[in-house]
Write a protein that binds this ligand. Structure first.
Ligand code: PGA
Length: 261
C-alpha cells in the first residue's frame, strides 16, 4: 500500500517533498529527477528554491526528465512544457539547462522521439525520484484511461476532459493541443521512488481510485499500486474519499524517525 501523508495545505506538501529531494541530491549530486508540470508540483519547486537560497547546495550535476510535452504548439510557445520547465524549474533552481530533458515535440523527429527518450533515461541510470500529479481523468503524465501499464514514451491523444482542464493556461480552449508525447505508465513504474501529489476536492475521486481502487488501466493512477515505493502527499480535500484515511494518519503519526518518505 502506498504511504499516504495528509498535510494541512499545499505549502506543507511542497516543503516535505522538497526536503526529500534535497536529501537525495545531498546523497547523490547527479541525482535524476522525474519532473512534472501543471499546477500541482509548483509548490515543490518553490519550496526547493527557498531551501536552496537559505542553504546553498551544488545542483549543477542534477539531471531531470520531464513526463510529457504537448504536440502541435508553435516552437517556443510559453505553455509548451519545455518553456514551463525552463521557467518554473531550471531557472529558479539554477539547474544546468542541458541536463534537463523534455520529450521532443519536433514533428520531423516525432516517430523516433519516444525510443530516443527512453534510451536517454536508461543511459542516465534511471529516475531516482519521480514527481507526479494526477488528472481528474486519473491520468499520470498524459496517460489517459486505457493506457497500457506496459506503455513507454509515445504520442497520445488528450481526452476532451484534460483539454478542458488545461484550457486555463491558454487564451482559448481551442488552443489546447489534441496530441501529446508522454512517458508511458511502464516508464513511470521504472523510477525508483514515486511521489504523487494531489490537492483539492476535484482530485479526490481520482486519488481514491489510484490508491485504493482496483488496479485497472481504466484508472491509470492505480498503476502506483504495482510500485514498491510510493509516497502520496495530499491535502484534506484531496484525501476526502479515501476509505483508509484513519489508517494512513495513524501510520504517519507513528512513522519511525529513521525512516524517510
Ligand atoms: P494539475 O494537473 O497539476 O494542473 O492539476 C495534474 C495532471 O493533470 O496530471
Amino acid at each position: 500500500m502506498a504511504e499516504v501523508i495528509v498535510v494541512e495545505h499545499e505549502q506543507a506538501a511542497g516543503e516535505l517533498v522538497a526536503e526529500s529531494i534535497r536529501a537525495l541530491i545531498e546523497a547523490k549530486r547527479d541525482a535524476v529527477l522525474g519532473l512534472a508540470t501543471g499546477s500541482t508540483p509548483l509548490t515543490v519547486y518553490q519550496a526547493l528554491g527557498r531551501s536552496l537560497s537559505a542553504r546553498p547546495l551544488d545542483v549543477g550535476m542534477v539531471r531531470g526528465f520531464s513526463l510529457d510535452e504537448y504536440v502541435g504548439l508553435p516552437a517556443g510557445h510559453p505553455e509548451s512544457y519545455r518553456a514551463v520547465i525552463d521557467r518554473e524549474v531550471v531557472a529558479p533552481l539554477g539547474l544546468t539547462p542541458s541536463n534537463i530533458r523534455v520529450p521532443s515535440n519536433d514533428l520531423a523527429a516525432l516517430p523516433a522521439a519516444g525510443t530516443e527518450y527512453e534510451q536517454a533515461i536508461i543511459d542516465a541510470g534511471g529516475v531516482d525520484l519521480q514527481l507526479l500529479g494526477i488528472g481528474r481523468t486519473g491520468h499520470l503524465g498524459f496517460n489517459e484511461p486505457g493506457s497500457s501499464f506496459a506503455s513507454l514514451t509515445r504520442v497520445k491523444t488528450l481526452t476532451p476532459q484534460t483539454r478542458a482542464d488545461n484550457a486555463r493556461f491558454f487564451a482559448s480552449p481551442d488552443e489546447v493541443p489534441i496530441h501529446c508525447i508522454t512517458q508511458g505508465i511502464g516508464t513511470i513504474l521504472r523510477a525508483r521512488h514515486l511521489v504523487l501529489l494531489a490537492f483539492g476536492a476535484g482530485k479526490a475521486a481520482a486519488l481514491a481510485a489510484a490508491v485504493e481502487g482496483p488496479v485497472t488501466s481504466s484508472q491509470p493512477g492505480s498503476a502506483i499500486q504495482l510500485h514498491p515505493h510510493v509516497t502520496v502527499v495530499v491535502d484534506e480535500a484531496a484525501a476526502g474519499l479515501l476509505a483508509n484515511l484513519d489508517y494512513f494518519r495513524y501510520a504517519w503519526a507513528n512513522k519511525p524517525a529513521w525512516q524517510g518518505i
